[in-house]
Design a protein around this ligand. Structure first.
Ligand code: 5GP
Length: 184
């Protein structure tokens, strides 16, 4: 099955993903393609970094389940057949617009929206990681719009107030979803 994790900037999605992968051997992380330049200190496997022409060629050959444009950079999730291990569940860390596209292709997808306990906590986390003040407000606004869209799409909302508790709750949702698939 496909699991989509979304949530506003500064909510700790990356850490949640690492904990989930460490706990559950049956989950494989999807590596997105992007035309965004690699950031200093970002690992080579954070994304499949490509130029625009390569991205567009893959897009036109039907190679993505979903794509999104942010600023003037493209992001896309490659089709699962290109991702190797088909026996495990596939985890996508993408924004809500991408979650909608995946759901259109696979109605059985598990959509999870990880949220901060409060807006003031989200702002504090963004500031703590060094975001500039104008970016903090922008991320908070984008997060608010995503929260509304996520609700409309039927995302499960999980609050990241405590990392282990949050990961426990997501694992519980994943296991319930796995069992649903078997019964249904
Ligand atoms: P960043 O540039 O900070 O790595 O990512 C920016 C946003 O794009 C994040 O919200 C991230 O979850 C989202 N993102 C990363 N890869 C993909 C993708 O393949 N598809 C979509 N729709 N969003 C993505």
């Amino acid at each position: 099955m496909i699991i989509v994790l979304s949530g506003p900037g500064g909510v700790g999605k990356g850490t949640v993903v690492k904990r989930l992968l460490a706990r559950d051997d049956d989950i494989t992380l999807s590596r997105s393609w992007t035309t965004r330049p690699q950031r200093p200190g970002e690992t080579d496997d954070a994304y499949h970094f490509v130029d625009r022409a390569t991205f567009e060629a893959h897009l036109h050959s039907g190679g993505f389940i979903e794509t999104n444009q942010l600023a003037d950079c493209y992001y896309g999730t490659p089709l699962p057949k290109d991702l190797g291990d088909q026996d495990s569940d596939l985890l996508l860390e993408i924004e809500v617009n991408g979650g909608r596209q995946v759901r259109d292709v696979d109605p059985e997808v598990l959509l999870v929206f990880i949220d901060a306990p409060s807006l003031s906590e989200q702002r504090a986390r963004l500031r703590a990681r060094g975001d500039e003040e104008e970016h903090v407000e922008l991320r908070v606004e984008i997060g608010a719009a995503e929260r509304i869209e996520a609700e409309t799409l039927g995302y499960e909302r999980v609050i990241n107030d405590d990392l282990e508790r949050c990961v426990d709750e997501i694992e519980r949702l994943i296991n319930m979803h796995r069992n649903d698939g078997r019964v249904g």
